[in-house]
Design a protein around this ligand. Structure first.
Ligand SMILES: NC(=O)c1ccc[n+]([C@@H]2O[C@H](COP(=O)([O-])OP(=O)(O)OC[C@H]3O[C@@H](n4cnc5c(N)ncnc54)[C@H](OP(=O)(O)O)[C@@H]3O)[C@@H](O)[C@H]2O)c1
Length: 303
């Protein structure tokens, strides 16, 4: 495990998107690990319950105009790392994150963690996932900036298996899939992703990419896990080939384009396609890098 205790003063980590679902968890784990946390929050959100919860945890809450490079630069001063947990479309993932990156560089911050937290989008072709295209676009800017960057790749949030991702269906006792039931898939809970991110933010020796998966399981293994965790047998339901899923994505996107939604149904289907095809599979896992983290398994969140 890299030495995180070499400096006497606790490291300051600047956190963007701290009022979000993942951001709040990252802030919590940073505090648990002894970091000083400065949360950058849009003025309109400064009175939200999430901002108050951050203050209660001892986080320094700073209202910042994300359109102002001088304000952002001042807010990044003295930080050891800037962590982004922003969520959005082009204006946020490309434009706002670029301003945050420019500010981090201007303030002399040595390290930057972008808001990736996903399957391995670096291996996907353009157009296969709208949200990942935006991350690759930002990645190009990040890789040209004079700052040490680390992306956290964690597969799908395991929590989504409890409902939002239509894979394990507790009603009809089916596990739905397209393509190959034996393709390994990566899952990590939001809590474990946040804990790993906090550890990485305080680790000056991180490489460009860190890959983590709380559990790697195929559809067939998910069937066994769901059957054991929920106490009744689940059947597999193959809805078609990956080509069928690709057609369904096109049809759904045409009928329900929802261009301003971050996670419209067709984008969730793109995510499933990326995973079920194996293209976005995480190659080599860095789970053991922070040995204090105990990873939650799929059976634990289903049961
Ligand atoms: N791997 C997976 O399965 C998976 C699933 C879901 C999410 N994710 C990823 O996890 C990351 C965090 O997502 P989340 O669900 O935690 O997001 P979230 O709950 O929607 O929170 C988004 C955060 O970003 C802030 N924000 C949004 N647009 C902004 C802007 N233009 N300027 C400044 N702040 C802005 C929000 O601030 P306000 O409070 O001011 O609105 C909020 O703090 C994203 O990269 C997302 O794609 C991964």
């Amino acid at each position: 495990m890299p030495d995180q205790s070499s400096s006497a003063a606790p490291a300051t980590v600047v956190l963007a998107g701290a009022t979000g679902a993942l951001g709040l968890l990252i802030a919590h784990h940073l505090r648990q690990r002894g970091a000083t946390v400065r949360a950058l929050i849009r003025p309109a959100s400064i009175h939200k319950a999430e901002a108050e919860s951050l203050r209660v945890q001892g986080v320094e809450v700073v209202a910042v105009d994300y359109n102002s490079l001088p304000d952002l630069t001042q807010a990044c001063a003295e930080a050891a790392c800037v962590v982004s947990a922003l969520s959005g479309l082009r204006d946020t993932i490309v434009d706002t994150q670029t301003r945050l990156l420019d500010a981090a560089v201007a303030a002399g911050v040595p390290r930057f963690i972008p808001s990736d937290y996903s399957a391995d989008f670096t291996k996907l072709p353009e157009g296969s996932n709208r949200n990942f295209d935006l991350r690759r676009e930002f990645q190009q800017r990040l890789d040209q900036a004079p700052i040490q960057a680390t992306s956290i790749l964690n597969g799908m949030f395991m929590d989504l298996l409890k409902g939002q991702a239509p894979v394990i269906l507790p009603g009809p006792h089916r596990v739905v899939y397209w393509g190959d039931a034996d393709q390994p898939l990566d899952f990590t809970t939001m809590v474990d992703t946040a804990n790993f991110t906090a550890a990485a933010a305080l680790d000056p020796t991180t490489p460009r990419y860190l890959r983590v998966a709380g559990e790697v399981a195929s559809i067939r293994e998910l069937q066994a896990i769901a059957s054991a965790a929920l106490g009744h047998p689940f059947m597999l339901f193959r809805a078609g080939s990956l080509g069928t899923l690709a057609t369904m994505i096109k049809v759904t996107r045409t009928l329900m384009p929802a261009p301003n939604e971050i996670f419209p149904p067709w984008q969730g289907m793109q995510y499933l396609h990326n995973m079920l095809s194996g293209v976005a599979k995480l190659d080599r896992l860095d789970n053991a890098r922070y040995p204090d983290i105990r990873y939650t398994k799929v059976g634990e969140i289903l049961g």
